[in-house]
Design a protein around this ligand. Structure first.
Ligand SMILES: Cc1ncc(COP(=O)(O)O)c(C=O)c1O
Length: 401
């Protein structure tokens, strides 16, 4: 059998440049960057959207590949041979009817990210980041990870044949460590949290020349994550829900969704000036820097001391993209709230027992927030709400065992 050869072809990427999210300064796209050199803030990928709009249309999407690469005009990889695809994206959007009836909000939907490779939405970011790193000639990758991102990077690095260095808190659950080991990554356990792991990665980047793939310190994980927004609109037949509830750590998903909605308007995939969802950011009461900063009216969130939660993905005490998250929440008319670990388990069970999805506690956190906001009257029972289940509960089996 002849396998079709996708190599030696340009993609339809319309990437033009990178832009500093703080100052708007422009940077050359085909060089390796981390944070913007002057402001030390995230760089955002920008595209020739009028050109992309010529081919990225609602009609053209109907018969494209069923993974995130279907949106290639607004992704950064320029050559097909550099795409490392393991089946990431195009995840189910489930209408959770029994759950909706139980909580009194009929239009409750779950964007279920657990079927992604390595069991979480982190695969989206890593698929695009590692593919682009390969394209730009990167020879070793390093990442600080609260859990899922390290496993996802290890998988894509293995597929690309690029050495991977992963730094995780020493107390992360076994499944996260096992995954990195299986993929042949160099795993280092650090006594501390993800920010302490980040310091180790910076040291290694300086000493050994590793490329630092930390959340938002590398421009393209965000591009992979934003495809959740494109998919959501497409799966809802080019409408958007009233409310999106998202469990935020470093914030790439939340920021990515907002970026997707802006791009889709410019592409003509969504009508201009369309009412966008109110974005709800959820964290744990044991680590809630963004919630605190949002309610205090600040754009920047200082380090949260003594961060502790069962939701490993939310154990992120400080985020370089804090102001981008807070701006997206505010611009959308959204809100931010923290939920307890106990509630995360209670509501993870409710999701599992009414939908058949075994969610990560981060997914349970979204439902806990929805119930709280329904009680407050902030969400009305007739509104449509999308919860993001960002990963599989299987990686947190110890919580149920
Ligand atoms: C399951 C899960 N949910 C949510 C998050 C937070 O993700 P983000 O960086 O998009 O805020 C993580 C991050 O590790 C995660 O693993």
């Amino acid at each position: 059998m002849q396998i079709p050869n996708p190599h030696s072809e340009n993609t339809a990427s319309t990437l033009t440049h990178l832009e500093c999210s703080m100052t708007g300064e422009r940077y050359e796209a085909d060089q390796i960057w981390n944070l913007s050199p002057s402001a030390q803030r995230p760089l955002l990928a920008r595209y020739d959207l009028p050109k992309a709009a010529q081919t990225l249309t609602r009609e053209s999407l109907t018969n494209r590949r069923r993974d995130l690469w279907r949106y290639e005009e607004v992704l950064p990889v320029r050559r097909r041979e550099n795409i490392i695809a393991l089946g990431e994206g195009w995840t189910p959007l489930v209408h959770a009817e029994r759950l909706g009836t139980q909580i009194g909000c009929a239009q409750t939907l779950i964007k279920d990210e657990s079927p992604n490779p390595t069991g979480s939405f982190k695969a989206r970011g890593q698929a695009v980041a590692v593919s682009r790193a390969k394209e730009l000639g990167v020879t070793s990758l390093a990442i600080p990870s609260a859990g899922n991102a390290g496993g996802a990077m290890s998988a894509y690095a293995a597929a690309a044949g690029i050495p991977a260095h992963v730094f995780m808190p020493a107390d992360v659950p076994l499944a996260f460590r096992a995954e990195c080991n299986a993929f042949g990554a160099n795993l280092t356990l650090v006594n501390g949290l993800i920010n302490d792991c980040g310091a180790k990665v910076r040291e290694g980047a300086q000493t050994h020349g590793w490329f630092d793939v930390s959340t938002l310190k590398e421009p393209y994980r965000l591009e992979g994550k934003k495809t959740m927004g494109y998919e959501l609109a497409e799966q809802l037949d080019w409408t958007l829900p009233d409310v999106i509830i998202y469990p935020a750590g470093g914030g790439t998903g939340l920021i990515g969704l907002w970026k997707a909605f802006q791009e889709m308007e410019e592409l003509g995939l969504l009508p201009r000036g369309m009412k966008r969802p109110r974005m709800v950011c959820v964290q744990s009461t044991g680590c809630a820097p963004i919630i605190k900063a949002f309610h205090e009216g600040n754009e920047h969130a200082p380090l949260w001391e003594g961060a502790k939660t069962i939701a490993d993905g939310l154990r992120v005490p400080v985020a370089v993209g804090d102001f981008l998250m807070i701006r997206a929440i505010k611009e959308s008319g959204g809100t931010a709230l923290a939920v307890s670990d106990e509630d995360m388990i209670t509501y993870s069970n409710m999701i599992a027992r009414t939908t058949g999805i075994f969610p990560a506690p981060e997914g349970g956190a979204c439902l806990a927030a929805q119930v709280e906001l329904l009680e407050q009257g902030w969400i009305r029972p007739d509104e449509s709400v999308v919860l993001f289940n960002t990963g599989t509960g299987l990686k947190y089996a110890h919580l149920w065992g």
